[in-house]
Design a protein around this ligand. Structure first.
Ligand SMILES: C[S@@+](CC[C@H](N)C(=O)[O-])C[C@H]1O[C@@H](n2cnc3c(N)ncnc32)[C@H](O)[C@@H]1O
Length: 245
């Protein structure tokens, strides 16, 4: 998969795309990232890309012409790709959207700055995406979040794809709690079932915990989850064990 990123701060991506899981995915050719400096398309000697807002008010607004010229060039550099503007007004990014984006051969991410994009740029976007109901100073961290989440969906990026499929949200629920050694620490014990080596019991325990954690921590996610027959049976067994105790 190829990701093009349009930004005024190309340097901020160096470290994140050089290290860890993403770094190896890039070195192994699973994902290609190409960062473009929007400033190169700015006006005049100072390569200006922003101006004051019509109607007054604080801050600066990204001018339409430099961004549109940049996008026209970037589009031509590879196969056709959706252009995604990162903005708090966008569709909230979730795992379903992440999986959809991972299905594209190429995507183009556009990072805003200042007070954001001139509204007349917006028609250039195939999709506007938000990473949450808060405001960042620029779209770069949002672009990193998109690239990180999407690249995990590409087989081979994360060592075991099974672990990705067991993560929170993949199947609509949160992950079950995780434990590691020591088995007892400061008076707190790891549930016995996880130490007994009975894989059927462990799977059932984790499944029930995943359902419970989701219901307690994120009732909104639980309400939206499309519970399977297996989920219902797990919940039923929890009710029964409650009655036995
Ligand atoms: C300071 S913000 C602009 C905020 C804008 N004036 C508003 O209130 O909606 C500058 C840029 O950061 C990026 N940004 C900020 N918050 C974001 C979010 N939650 N999701 C995605 N991008 C965001 C966008 O690219 C935006 O153009």
């Amino acid at each position: 998969m190829r990701v093009d990123i349009v930004t005024l701060l190309p340097g901020v991506f160096d470290k994140i795309f050089d290290e860890s899981v993403l770094g190896s995915a890039i070195r192994n050719g699973l994902i290609e990232i190409v960062v473009h400096q929007l400033r190169e398309y700015g006006d005049g000697r100072h390569r200006t890309v922003d101006d004051t807002p019509f109607g007054g008010g604080p801050g600066m607004v990204l001018k339409p012409a430099p961004l549109v010229a940049c996008l026209r060039d970037v589009r031509r550099l590879g196969s056709s790709a959706p252009v995604i503007g990162l903005t708090p007004q966008g569709l909230p990014l979730d795992q379903t959207l992440v999986k959809e984006l991972a299905g594209f051969e190429r995507i183009i991410l556009v990072c805003g700055r200042y007070e954001g994009f001139d509204e007349r740029i917006v028609h250039e976007f195939d999709l506007q995406l938000s990473i949450g109901d808060y405001v960042l100073t620029g779209g770069e961290i949002a672009a990193m979040a998109v690239v990180d989440a999407v690249s995990r969906m590409i087989p081979g990026t994360v060592g075991s794809h099974e672990s990705v499929e067991q993560d929170s949200f993949y199947e609509g629920l949160l992950d079950h709690p995780q434990y590691t050694r020591p088995a007892a620490w400061e008076g707190l014990k790891v549930p016995k079932v996880l130490q007994d080596g009975n894989h059927a019991h462990i799977e059932k325990f984790r499944h029930c915990r995943s359902l419970l954690t989701t219901a307690v921590s994120r009732p909104d996610v639980f309400a939206a989850a499309n519970l399977s027959e297996k989920d219902r049976e797990a919940l039923q067994s929890l009710l029964l064990s409650e009655q036995k105790n």
